[in-house]
Write a protein that binds this ligand. Sequence first.
Ligand code: PLP
Ligand code: COI
Length: 371
Amino acid sequence: MSPATTLPSERFKIEPAKEATSPEERAKRMENLGFGKVFTDHMVVIPYTVATGWGQGVLKPYGPIVLDPAASVLHYGQAIFEGFKAYWQPDGSIKTFRPEANANRFNASARRLAMAELPVELFVEAADTLIRHERAWVPKAVGESLYLRPFMIGTEPALGVHASTDYLFILIASPSGAYFPQGVKPVTVWISENYVRAAPGGTGAAKCAGNYAASLIAQTEAKAEGCDQVVWLDAVHRRFIEEMGGMNIFFVYQENGEKVVVTPELTGTLLPGITRLTLLELAKNLGYRTEERKISLDEWDAALKEGRMTEAFACGTAAVITPIGLVKSNHGEWPVNKGETGPVAAQLRQALLDLQHGLAPDPNHWLHTVC
Ligand code: PLP
Ligand code: COI
């Protein structure tokens, strides 16, 4: 039987929790969902050793993991992760959105961090297995979903600096709503000039834990400036807009009577977002011209002042589409679209949510049926 058709129960040992959360308690925990605070009853774990490859996957009760204090992740930071979502569909089925794309990016991150790669079908099957067991935790409201967080850490107990020989892949799931506490209202962003996120040759295109650890001081600075998020500039010229804390960024221009949807080009220092790729396609389908190119801070400022830029917004799996209402930096602040959600951001957000929640056709077969 090919891996794609192997039943999950054969691939994964199922060790269910003795006592699952009661329906009443679950309903209580799923009220007013924010992001990543509630976790389901189970997780999937797959061990790897260089000698024998990927071992038996197990679905087991969600809970603490035991690590040797010398485990390489704790010292040298071999840790990567992904994020994608499962959506309740009008016909009662549950589907994930482009899970293979996340699996491929997971492996690209693994290669950059000299970690073991996980076969794409195993990544997808791990998620399908967990979601099937946690069906009841998938929220039904549009804008809510079951957020899947696969991650992998180096576990070899050894203090010599080298790629770990042992890894643990773990998948947890979290019913989630809006990423930002204020919901989908426009955010205020802080242009980080004191810190950079990624430099050429570094790990910017990988989804590794260290990138986020290194970003936190800038995020703290942004908070102190009254902002919700950091906008990163390129490390070499300190001029070109790259992305945000956990999101890619888009701009809407008004040019010769038409709206143009623009996003920074992938230079190797940005995370190649799956939402970014999806929106480029959706925007084209909605009749907008799209561009991937460099956008400088000066251009952003001038285009806003001259009225050539009408909107800016951030996008990502967790944040979906979040409009930017105000840009702040050491040199002043510029409102975007009078601090309001713009029509293109609203239209793209609707198109994306409709697609993910099965309310619009899926001509590219981006939805993967789980159960
Ligand atoms: N950029 C960064 C730094 C991120 O952490 C994320 C989130 O995953 C994104 C962009 C958006 O990527 P995606 O749309 O695949 O979630
Ligand atoms: C996501 O959008 O899935 C992310 O990983 C962003 C952030 C929560 C780190």
